[in-house]
Design a protein around this ligand. Structure first.
Ligand code: HEC
Length: 150
């Protein structure tokens, strides 16, 4: 191969790899517009959430539980609000669920679940809380987009 050929093939490889990187970026941003599938963890979390958490937190996680939420002060936070997860790291979420809201310096109204659930189950339930947040916010983005079109 002469010098020219080598430079040319270098350029071709460079262009191909740039194009490949571009494709990856596009498919990632595409995925961000969709809620991830309800995988095993989210489904198990849902089962536990409906049974143990929804009386206070509501099935959708909006904080309006059917039975218990009315008398609670402070009220359970809205898990579906866009800034809910922004303010809470995974570590804090897992800590709150296993040690109760008192462990993060709030009231003692959210019970500690660490003795009821295995560690794995705490992860499932936290995953479901995150899923509820993602689902609500993808939907509200879609509504905003639909609104812009009109
Ligand atoms: C008896 C009612 C009740 C039940 C049952 C309950 N919670 Fe709560 N939860 C609350 C209340 C009230 C708060 C708000 C506490 C505060 O701000 O002081 C809260 C707050 C939280 C928070 C947010 C804490 C923060 O960062 O501000 C998380 C996460 C949470 N609960 C998860 C759960 C999960 C998961 C379950 C079920 C396994 C559950 N809760 C069951 C009443 C409840």
């Amino acid at each position: 191969m002469n010098r020219r050929m080598r430079i040319l093939s270098f350029i071709i490889i460079l262009l191909l790899s740039l194009n490949f990187a571009g494709c990856q970026e596009r498919s990632e941003s595409h995925e961000n517009n969709h809620v991830r599938k309800e995988n095993f963890s989210v489904r198990e979390g849902k089962r536990l959430f409906i049974h143990y958490c929804s009386p206070c937190h509501g099935e959708s996680g909006d904080g309006f539980g059917q039975y218990l939420a009315y008398g609670l002060e402070p009220k359970p936070p809205d898990f579906t609000s866009p800034d809910f997860l922004i303010k809470r790291s995974d570590t804090l979420l897992l800590l709150t669920i296993s040690e109760g809201s008192i462990s993060i310096g709030k009231s003692n109204l959210c019970p500690p679940w660490g003795k009821t659930f295995r560690k794995e189950e705490i992860n499932f339930v936290a995953d479901h809380v995150k899923y509820l947040n993602e689902k609500a916010n993808v939907n509200s983005n879609n509504i905003e987009l639909a609104g812009e079109k009109n």
